[in-house]
Design a protein around this ligand. Sequence first.
Ligand code: SF4
Length: 539
Amino acid sequence: MEKHDSEMASSPDPDRDDLIADELPTDVDRRTFLMRSAVVGAAAVLTGREVSAEEQKAKASTEAKARKLSTEMSPSLEVVKKAKGPVMTTLEEFYKVGPGPSSSHTIGPMRITYDFYQRCTKLPPDKLAKATAFKVHLFGSLSSTGKGHGTERAALAGIIGKEPATVEPEFLDGLMTKPDQTFPVELGGKKLNVSLADIVYDAPNGKFPHPNTMTCKLMAGNTVLHELEYYSVGGGFIEWKGYQPPKKGAPKYPYATMAELKGHAEKNKLSIAQVAMANEIAVSGKSKQEIEAFIDKITTAMVNIVNAGLKAPAATLPGPIKLKTKAGDVYTRANDDKYEKQRGVGLVAAFALAGSEENARGHLVVTAPTGGSAGVMPALVYAVGESGRKLPQEKIRNGMLSAAAVGYLCKHNATLSGAEGGCQAEIGVASAMGAAFLAEAHDFPPQVVANAAESSLEHHLGMTCDPVAGYVQIPCIERCAFGAVKAWTGFMIASNEIPANRRVDFDTTVTAMALTAKEMNSKYKETSEGGLAVSLTLC
Ligand code: SF4
């Protein structure tokens, strides 16, 4: 960066020198401003049009502001406000089943359009009688990388009334192979025809309350009958304009940091999982049995997803990358590895590849915490469960509770969204959750659980999100394998070191992730404008 600046300062171009010597416009990041300025200048050279330094500065400033705004969030969003009180997230909000490949770009949008569809079914009959069409508009990151994620297919499935947790993979596959299909939707006594043409990729840049903003409209010709603005705020969570969070009970052990969570556990001689279960009962109002049944449903889905990915025949994944699947090959060859320890690493990697490839196929995944990271936790659940180490389900449930607590804290104090924080917020958090899962499932005390999560998150700090061609394939699929193996590494270090000697605590690392997310250039936040997304040439 310094070299770049000094090179520019010695530029023979006097206009450019003026531009750089001038004070930067307010609200504009210096690097973004200089880069946009260079682009404006280059465009002028290419088109042969003369551009004055003032004109260049004004245009660069406008573009830099637009780019900067595209990753900002409105302080009125619940996801922003919530960071101030204790953690109130529940398991059912956190672990969600839905279509891959991205919690923010497919599960969130599908939950949004399904929500809008349900609202529309409750409109007065006289209003419904006038309805002629649905229109869904995608903005910001949903617009810039939505095509690669299949956002339009997920949004269409929701608006025609398909539920995210039960949508058949074949239905979504069918939309890919036959995109011109039209689907009749019954609203009251009215029948509307809906197709992919009703899902509009709108402005990628602009001032939106959240980088993943959508509007859903029920139309009567050119008149809007009913409209709502929504936000896919990461991890499959959704909000809308005027959103009020559901009423919940007060947590038995309120915490907003790992230090507070660990404090409750140590003071009351409980494990992290026991504190998490007590809070889950208090906040959700559900019984212990209901909560355990939900966890079992999620771990069964994870095992099924890995099994499906391992058994799927080798194929080419959808999209322009033409990426070949590899989970089955890695699994078979790792099983035959003559070195036992190497076999372990190979198998965990194969399980994660299997889960992530299912996500890339657009099949069902579990957000843990997101779709992009959907191979990490299933790989670990599979490895220690019935298909591997055979830990009892009770230990696996405990692990899932601790993993969720780690994910809640990352969401509460930083972010789970690649569009807000880069890949550290997705694979990094999944890996931290995985390390906590392993430590808790093997009965380690709270300090080791926290240290394992810290270690795994620390070594993902700064990781950018740069999906090639906007598809959750490169680097995402192999990154899940690394996230799972790094989770195991974090667990091994934390469970073998002297716990009190760890110099960095989990909260410090989450703060570092939040800070890094804030300062990360928007090119590396799921916009496919930087890193591998622009370095890899597809042919
Ligand atoms: S690079 Fe990471 S954060 Fe970005 S889409 Fe892939 S898995 Fe998600």
